[in-house]
Design a protein around this ligand. Structure first.
Ligand code: AMP
Length: 255
């Protein structure tokens, strides 16, 4: 068997409201309140970092670079990714409320600079549920994409990706460099250990601005309204099955 040339992998990671937090809509109904709320790495991005690190551990990747775009606190997200095992991080720092197209343009510019063989990213960010950035990046770069990956195999010059589709699986072969987005079942990310958190503090983290990449990240769309899901009515307790059946018949009229 011929040895594969180890790849360079770029993994974009987004800092989002932790999935355990119950968010509250702000009074102006233009977003959710994220002041004093726990923030974490987007869970699908954690899966992407884990996959890239596993490819490195298997000798298929030489370097894993993580990138986050946003406020200075995204450095924490990058440090977590480096504690999982990424080699270095890049923060594209901006206070602008980034939208998928802006992020995709920043990632395109970084792709041109870093020349990775593979980009592995989340299928969607759990805060805005956009599910757009990976697809936009692939289109801007004119490179192959496989979304919702549940298995990734690397061959010479290509990636074989299994995707979860309605009622089954689809397997695609992509010519590298390519963009892959992760689904939940791709892997189970490891817990970061204290020694690895300490080691991650010493890893290289470069901070740049969108202007350094000559990218305009001005938002193209504005949020009109965010609203809570309709409140559920309180349930009732019934003493026995007979009462339940009777209420379903006479009150709820569903049987
Ligand atoms: P979205 O299109 O917003 O649902 O996000 C899909 C994926 O794009 C995420 O899982 C991340 O991998 C990446 N991404 C989105 N926004 C950012 C960001 N601000 N910084 C880094 N990566 C991002």
């Amino acid at each position: 068997m011929t040895e594969l040339k180890p790849m360079k992998i770029l993994v974009p990671v987004k800092r989002v409201v932790d999935y355990n937090v119950k968010v509250r809509v702000k009074a102006d109904k233009l977003g959710v309140d994220i002041a004093n709320v726990k923030m974490s790495m987007n869970p699908f991005d954690e899966i992407a970092v884990e996959e890239a690190v596993r490819l490195k551990e298997a000798g298929k990747a030489a370097e894993v670079i993580v990138v986050s775009c946003g406020v200075p606190q995204c450095q924490e997200t990058l440090r977590t990714a480096m504690a999982i095992g990424a080699d270095r991080g890049i923060l594209v720092e901006t206070d602008v409320d980034l939208q998928p197209l802006g992020v995709a343009k920043l990632l395109k510019a970084l792709f041109k600079k870093e020349k990775p063989d593979l980009v592995i990213m989340g299928k969607q960010a759990i805060d805005d549920d956009a599910n757009q950035t990976g697809q936009m990046l692939a289109a801007l770069l004119d490179r192959p994409q496989a979304t919702f990956a549940s298995k990734i195999l690397i061959e010479e010059g290509s990636a074989v990706v299994t995707r979860e589709v309605d009622g089954g699986l689809e397997t695609l072969k992509l010519i590298l460099p390519a963009i892959i987005t992760t689904d939940l079942r791709l892997n189970e990310p490891r817990y970061v250990t204290l020694p690895n958190i300490m080691k991650a503090k010493k890893k290289q983290l470069d901070i740049i601005k969108p202007a350094d990449l000559a990218v305009d990240v001005t938002p193209r769309l504005s949020v009109v309204q965010v609203s809570d899901p309709p409140a559920r009515k309180a349930g009732i307790k019934v003493p026995d099955v007979a009462t339940l059946v009777s209420k379903l018949k006479t009150e709820a009229k569903v049987i």
